[in-house]
Ligand binder design. Structure first.
Ligand code: ATP
Ligand code: MG
Length: 431
């Protein structure tokens, strides 16, 4: 096995990760950094977090660290907690065999999917269980070498994302690996090897077997890591978008359609925000990805059910959200703001009286305004005029704001105001 000619600079490793590695090492255990952090250091990127692997069992790890929490069912792990930084420590994982003894430790579904995976093993076995060759490199704290079990170094040189082992079997074991292949391709600006790319389209429907809560976590990583647009395009290319957003996917068949353009604009904007250190919320993306399905459902309910717009919109919001969460669980703390953003789209045109001022105070005004602006940029016409009006109104001083409202009132012939009660006409003076 090739040893590294690339020494890993100690500065690239967090102090807490070093503490964990040395505590394990000095207690007589093997201790390695593994996975994304080794890969990222070798690529000259700053690792997001540090994962450690060892031959110590979770209980032995717990005995060594006061600040240790044991977690996980599918994978049993130790978290060593240092304030906001958590170092994840896992025991080497072994091969799973389906004999009775081990059935409690590892479990496979009828689709060949791994449901539980708690058999401990050697470092060699651990490497075979990992997903991509670039993710199976181990940095040994005992001699500062890199152990590269699956040809990860070469893959980094060739800029290839390649699964370890037979791609079909590995995707079947865990279909999320298809999403991870796409994610790393975009994040690391690499490409998927021919063998690993080939089965994805046909196997994409297996995504339906993944619990919606896990997909929520994955979708955040896919779309909110600063390469959302590239990732989205790759998801489409590999037919992986449809299982995630089945209501939106059919509306994206025309790349020049407003739906595709809107999604691309929203993702471009989100990437820019992330890459310039601004805040983003998953609620915005989810609101955007369900917006056109919501409009379509609303129109359908008005046409078929004879409902007015207000009722149809409310029902459509419920329908569209309900269908989406069959695939991706959206926690309440995000689904409530999604609804706010949607509902405010109906309120933003109604600016009469004090409403314009009240709108500025709404906690979701900013998100709803950004949303409107992007709709306007795509659809033009009245939507764009409305968005521009709100841009000006926010920037204007008090006098100009009053003026803007007056102009609006005159232009729209009073339609911007609540209709006044008609006074009884005075009797005409008799001649
Ligand atoms: P990121 O930088 O996005 O965190 P990562 O490679 O560290 O990327 P994690 O999800 O943190 O990704 O996983 C850590 C490591 O665990 C991976 O590098 C890989 O070795 C292994 N791993 C994670 N998910 C899987 C999986 N579904 N199948 C096999 N191995 C996996
Ligand atoms: Mg990681």
């Amino acid at each position: 096995m090739p040893r590294s000619e690339h020494p890993v600079s100690r500065e690239a490793i967090s102090d807490n990760a070093l503490k964990v590695l040395y505590r394990l090492h000095n207690s007589g255990y093997q201790a390695y950094l593994v996975g994304g952090c080794v890969r990222d250091i070798l690529l000259g990127k700053e690792p997001k977090d540090f994962d450690v692997t060892t031959d110590a069992t979770p209980e032995q790890i717990k005995d060594l660290f006061r600040n240790c929490r044991l977690i996980g069912r599918r994978f049993r792990l130790a978290h060593i907690v240092f304030g906001r930084e958590i170092i994840e420590v896992a025991t080497f994982r072994g091969h799973h065999q389906n004999n009775d003894d081990e059935s409690k430790l590892s479990k496979q579904s009828d689709h060949g999917q791994l449901l539980r995976d708690n058999v401990f093993g050697s470092i060699e076995e651990d490497a075979q269980r990992r997903d991509f060759t670039i993710n199976a490199m181990y940095y040994n704290i005992a001699d500062y070498s890199i152990r590269d079990f699956a040809g990860g170094m070469q893959a980094i040189k060739n800029r290839k994302i390649a699964l370890i082992g037979d791609p079909e079997t590995r995707y079947r074991e865990d279909p999320v690996r298809m999403l991870r292949a796409v994610r790393f391709t975009a994040k690391l600006n690499m490409s998927i090897s021919k063998e690993s790319a080939e089965p994805i389209k046909a196997m994409a429907p297996l995504m339906a077997n993944i619990p919606p809560a896990r997909l929520f976590e994955e979708v955040l990583k896919l779309l909110l890591s600063g390469q959302g647009l590239d990732t989205y395009r790759l998801l489409n290319k590999f037919h992986l978008f449809e299982p995630l957003f089945p209501q939106l996917a059919p509306l994206l068949v025309h790349q020049e359609g407003k739906e595709s353009k809107f999604v691309e604009l929203v993702l471009t904007n989100t990437d820019n925000r992330i890459n310039t250190g601004q805040r983003v919320t998953p609620a915005f993306i989810f609101a955007a990805f369900m917006w056109y399905p919501l409009e379509e459902r609303c129109q359908q309910l008005m046409a078929e059910g004879g409902l007015n717009h207000f009722d149809a919109f409310n029902l459509a919001m419920n329908d569209v959200m309900h269908r989406q969460i069959q695939r991706i669980m959206i926690p309440k703390r995000f689904s409530i703001p999604v609804r706010d953003i949607w509902q405010l789209q109906n309120r933003l045109p109604k600016r009469y009286g004090r409403r314009a001022y009240q709108m500025l105070e709404h906690p979701k005004f900013r998100a709803a305004y950004d949303f409107l602006l992007m709709r306007g940029q795509i659809e033009g016409g009245q939507l764009l005029e409305l968005a521009d009006w709100w841009t000006d109104f926010q920037e204007a001083d008090e006098g100009s704001r009053k003026n803007m409202l007056n102009v609006l009132r005159e232009k729209e012939g009073g339609a911007t105001r609540r209709p006044r009660k008609r006074r009884k006409p005075k009797p005409k003076p008799q001649a």
